[in-house]
Structures are given as structure tokens and as C-alpha cells.
Design a binder for this molecule. Sequence first.
Ligand code: F6R
Length: 243
Amino acid sequence: MKRIKTKDYVEMSKRACRKVIEAIERSDQPVLGLATGSTPEGLYDCLIEAYKKGHVHFGNVTTFNLDEYIGLSPDDENSYHYYMNEKFFKHVGLPTSQTNVPKGNTGDNKRACEDYEALIRDAGYVDLQILGIGENGHIAFNEPGTPFESRTQVVDLTESTKNANARFFDSIEDVPTKAITMGLKSIMESKEIVLLASGVKKADAMAKLIHGDVSEAFPASILRNHPNVTIIADEDALSKVRD
Ligand code: F6R
């Protein structure tokens, strides 16, 4: 895994923004894999700014998001679909037809998972996947213990993840208990992966990712088996990593 250490969150976001623009420029039909959460917000802001200045166009871009809560409709303010529309898609002219977020409210979750895998395959797989990391090492909603062979599936959220995400809801009781998530194997099929991390809260996870064992007990460790991963993380997130 390549590693880029940045001074702070702003620089992390700018470096990631440059990577995304390069990926878009490299391909006639670029396919981006996108994440939600706090970490990529600066990246989305930077891409919006670049778009407004005419430095990047999304006309031929297709996107796939990693995950969505089960039971929330796309226009629910807490859904990941809503997050993506508000924080990114609507600002860069990305029409719904070019964006994909797993569907957590169809009533047929098995079918929704299979359809999502098929959509990614038909798009020729993800060219550049953006990831965040959970404090427990989750990527997307693949919690510790998720098989490395997993594909898009419905999962129960752990207490740790529900607590971490409660900040977006009125109360912890409102946090959905299940999510639909791309699996670890599905993520590993991306041609290139950029994992972002910022802040001391991620320092233990980053130390484990870089120095620990490759094990299903720490899902992000699967990335060590991928040929093209770049970690872009700030000094705080890398504060427990040996150079
Ligand atoms: C979100 C996702 C999650 C987050 C992770 C970190 O689509 O897949 O795995 O990347 O929970 O979240 P933040 O960035 O809020 O610390």
C-alpha cells in the first residue's frame, strides 16, 4: 500500500480530489466508487469547487456508493442517498441515471444485493474506489468477522458503528439496525482504491491496518492483498504508525 501523509484534513481532501480528477481524465467512461460519512466531505467540496471552475466534468462518470441503511427511502434525510445528493451529486450535475446507491427499501433485499453486483459488473467494475475506515476497522459496513469472500449483502450494524453514526440522528434509537453494503470481495474488484483517514480517533485503526495481521477480525486489512491501494491520511491519523 502506498501512503501519503498530509498535514491536515484540508490537505488530505485536496490530495484525494486530485486523484479523483486524474481517474476521471484517464478514462472515457470513468466509474467511481464513493463513500459517505464525515471523512470524504472535504473531498466532495473540493470536487464541487473544481467543477464550478471548469476543471472537471462529470458528464461521462458513473458512480457506485458503498452502502445504505435498510428501511430508509432515498429522500429520507438520514439515508446515504440523500447525503450524496445534498453533498455532491446535485452540485456537479450528476443525474440519477449515472449514480447508484444500494437500495435499502425495496422489500426484496436479496434481489437488491444481486442487482447491485450485476450493475457494477456491467459498468466494467469500479476504476477508483474511495473508502473511509471505521474505528473498529470496518470498510463500508463490513464489520469485524465479515468473510473476505463477501459480496453485496445485508448486515447487522454493531453497537460501535451505531454509536459512531448516532451523531447524525435525533437519538441512538433512530439509527437503523441493518444496512446493505458492498462486500469485501466486491470492493477488492475495484481497479484502484484510495483510503482516507483523518484525526486521532482513527490512529489505532491506521496502525492496525499498516502493521497488524491480515485477518477477518479487522476487515480493512484485506486491502493489503490489493495491488493498487493508496492511503491518504493526515498526521493525526498516522500518529501511531511507524515510518
Ligand atoms: C460510509 C462507509 C463507512 C465509513 C466509516 C468512517 O459509506 O462506508 O465505512 O467510511 O464508518 O466514517 P467517518 O468518515 O464518518 O469517520
